[in-house]
Design a protein around this ligand. Structure first.
Ligand SMILES: *Cc1c(COP(=O)(O)O)cnc(C)c1O
Length: 379
């Protein structure tokens, strides 16, 4: 065992930028006559905005959504001709960053509208997006407030939103009545804003069909290879492969237990691989094979993939280490130092997420810093 080599990459993340670009193109095509934006909030869903943004820009994306003005300032130089929209919008004290970096604030409330109007009268014209709530009840003006705005006689002439948007609450569940309800309300709103481009669909919304596309779609998770529609076959290419090394292999006699809480007991002589991945890496404790409350609701924990076979996680995920049962693999094939896939090409990220009672979005955005990251397929 070469120790230095070993510790330098005990876990690794491979991000496939060609797959990322292909996924964006696919979402753009699926958006029909609408244009697809790309959502880059949360450091590009944990994958790294510095690498993801140029790949998406090269693929043709020109509209980008980020959460905060700081994310927007970081993104700006990476997408020179792109339009960068900031979901959190403008607050007192950060107006200058919008003007200096050519960022488009999204107006989510009456207060933000007032700040924006004040900033306009001080600094001159600037584009904005009007966010109207159609049922999510998180951010956005109510449809009534939006209507009042249209008819507001004191509204500055320079106030002209470049986009009217809303956000779907249930797009991952195509049969949910909320989808049509929100669509209906959004149509009522867009009717007030004739000639202003409109945007409603996130990834799930793109798959809901043409009615939901309007002028601009806002796919995020699907571009990163995650499941946009709950439980459906995922048509996207996997973008991220997470792997970690086996640090040792132990033989555990039948009747013995392992892990904290003695949370797994073996009914046969077993070979157990101790792997350098834990909850400090964002491999959540809730995906444990056993010994966590969630297993009472869902019997199966996460699986890894090793030498052509799925191997179950056993016991509890600990901070830095996890155990996988490799008894069913031929003894000669499994060695300390081998990489086991945690998710990627063979284990869908959403399967791991489901085992942990969460969603792919959360697994991606909690990927830890210890992974050695490699980007492949870039322009
Ligand atoms: C995060 C977000 C999206 C992207 O959603 P996905 O489900 O990842 O496609 C789109 N619009 C808004 C307002 C968002 O906050």
């Amino acid at each position: 065992m070469q120790n230095s080599d070993f510790s330098s990459a005990s876990s690794r993340l491979t991000v496939d930028l060609a797959a990322l670009a292909d996924n964006w193109r696919m979402m753009n095509e699926r958006s029909g006559r609408a244009r697809a934006a790309a959502v880059l909030k949360g450091n590009a869903y944990g994958l790294g905005v510095m690498q993801a943004a140029p790949a998406l820009y090269a693929a043709g994306a020109r509209d980008f959504f980020v959460a905060s003005v700081e994310e927007g300032a970081e993104l700006r130089p990476l997408v020179p001709e792109g339009r960068v929209y900031v979901l959190a919008g403008m607050w007192p004290g950060n107006e200058a960053l919008f003007f200096e970096n050519d960022l488009v604030p999204i107006i989510n409330s009456q207060e933000q509208l007032a700040y924006f109007m004040a900033a306009l009268s001080e600094r001159g014209d600037h584009p904005c997006v009007l966010h109207v709530d159609t049922g999510m009840n998180r951010l956005g003006l109510s449809p009534e407030e939006a209507l009042r705005l249209v008819h507001d006689p004191v509204r500055p002439a320079s106030f002209s939103p470049v986009l009217v948007m809303s956000h779907l609450a249930c797009a991952d569940d195509p049969g949910h009545p909320m989808n049509r309800h929100q669509l209906q309300r959004f149509r009522e709103v867009t009717a007030f804003f004739e000639g202003v481009p409109a945007s409603l669909a996130n990834s799930g919304g793109v798959f809901l069909g043409e009615d939901y596309h309007f002028d601009l779609t806002r796919p995020g998770i699907a571009v990163y290879g995650g499941e946009a529609v709950d439980g459906d076959v995922n048509p996207m290419k996997p973008v991220v492969i997470a792997e970690a090394r086996i640090v040792q292999i132990r033989t555990v006699p039948s009747g013995e237990s392992a892990s904290y809480g003695a949370s797994v007991r073996f009914g046969r002589d077993s070979r157990i691989a101790t792997v350098a991945i834990g909850y400090a890496d964002g491999y959540h404790r809730s995906v444990s094979g056993g010994g966590v409350t969630l297993r009472q609701a869902m019997p199966s924990g996460a699986f890894g993939f090793l030498h052509g076979r799925k191997v179950p996680h056993v016991g509890r995920v600990t901070m830095d280490l996890s155990l996988f049962d490799v008894t069913d693999l031929p003894e000669s094939t499994v060695r300390a130092g081998d990489y086991i896939e945690l998710f990627g090409r063979n284990i869908p990220i959403d399967d791991v997420a489901r085992a942990g009672g969460t969603i792919g979005y959360e697994l991606l955005t909690s990927l830890g810093r210890r992974y050695h990251r490699t980007y492949v397929g870039g322009a």
